[in-house]
Design a protein around this ligand. Structure first.
Ligand SMILES: Nc1ncnc2c1ncn2[C@@H]1O[C@H](COP(=O)(O)OP(=O)(O)O)[C@@H](O)[C@H]1O
Ligand SMILES: [Mg+2]
Length: 263
């Protein structure tokens, strides 16, 4: 079964098309890297697949269901996670919240069962040692791994990650990319990951989509990460470079900045 099928999907805000006539399929267990400049519609597409944004036309199916009916199967990690850091939540509690929300009610005390799953999820992302530390005191890479653990606790079949690497320094990017690789290898979950910097992730991407309001290209990394394709969106100084068996993308610093464009 396909994780996502989109046929001629257009997505609207107030009658304006943010994404136009998009068609693609993502097979179960595949990882899709979603690239495109600021304002390309990446977040809009993720929120639509997650069932949060409902103003779209065309056919969109997530595991053969309309997005709103597939919420149980999806975990969505938004880009800038704003946790109220004055509430001194421990890492373990942040993870456990993922297990509570999913059940649709909130306990005042975390059940043993939820705490147990939270511990396992933290162990999976390699952070058992910080479980009792306040979330606000963790490094950027550790925070992102905690949020991944939180997304995993409900055993989703599709993980939607909006710019999980964007706020991180290069070494933290590698740290988080390694966890994403582990999720792919050991959990077999489908993932859609939006990213400005595709380089730490080219190895785990089965498919790459280049979006610029319309679909510019969709295919394997080898098919999409080519000079002539990426320079269409990122300008003439963009290059795809192969080093050994790894692909790197050198993207000229050309971004479409529109007044009021939101991340
Ligand atoms: N809540 C909103 N209301 C109106 N327009 C929006 C809203 N969110 C995003 N947009 C517009 O939709 C377009 C795509 O935005 P977005 O999906 O955030 O792009 P990306 O994530 O690729 O940077 C942009 O032109 C943006 O201004
Ligand atoms: Mg965005």
């Amino acid at each position: 079964m396909e994780a996502v099928i989109a046929k001629n999907v257009s997505i609207y805000y107030n009658g304006q098309k943010a994404v136009e006539e998009l068609s693609f399929k993502l097979e179960e267990e595949e990882t899709l890297l979603l690239m495109g400049p600021n304002g390309a519609g990446k977040t809009t597409l993720l929120r639509t697949i997650a069932g949060f944004h409902k103003n779209y036309g065309g056919e969109l199916l997530v595991f053969n269901k309309p997005p709103g009916e597939a919420k149980e199967l999806i975990s969505y990690v938004p880009q800038s996670y704003s946790l109220n850091e004055r509430v001194p939540l421990k890492a373990l509690e942040v993870v456990a919240i993922g297990g509570i929300y999913k059940k649709g009610f909130v306990h005042t005390k975390l059940s043993k069962e939820v705490c147990q799953s939270a511990e396992e999820a933290l162990e999976f992302v390699g952070l058992s040692q910080v479980k009792d530390k306040p979330f606000s005191e963790l490094s950027g890479g550790q925070k992102q791994r905690v949020l991944l653990a939180r997304a995993l606790i409900s055993n989703p079949r599709l993980l939607l990650l909006d710019e999980p690497l964007s706020a991180l320094d290069p070494s933290a990017r590698v740290e988080v990319a390694n966890v994403l690789g582990k999720i792919k290898q050991e959990k077999g979950i489908s993932m859609i990951i939006t990213t400005h910097d595709v380089n730490p992730l080219t190895e785990i991407g089965d498919k790459v989509m280049l979006l610029n309001r319309r679909l510019v290209a969709f295919g394997t990394p080898d098919e999409v990460l080519r000079d002539e394709i990426i320079s269409e969106v990122y300008g003439p100084f963009s290059k795809a470079v192969r080093v050994g068996n790894r692909l790197y993308c050198i993207i000229g610093d050309v971004h479409i900045h529109k007044g009021g464009a939101r991340e």
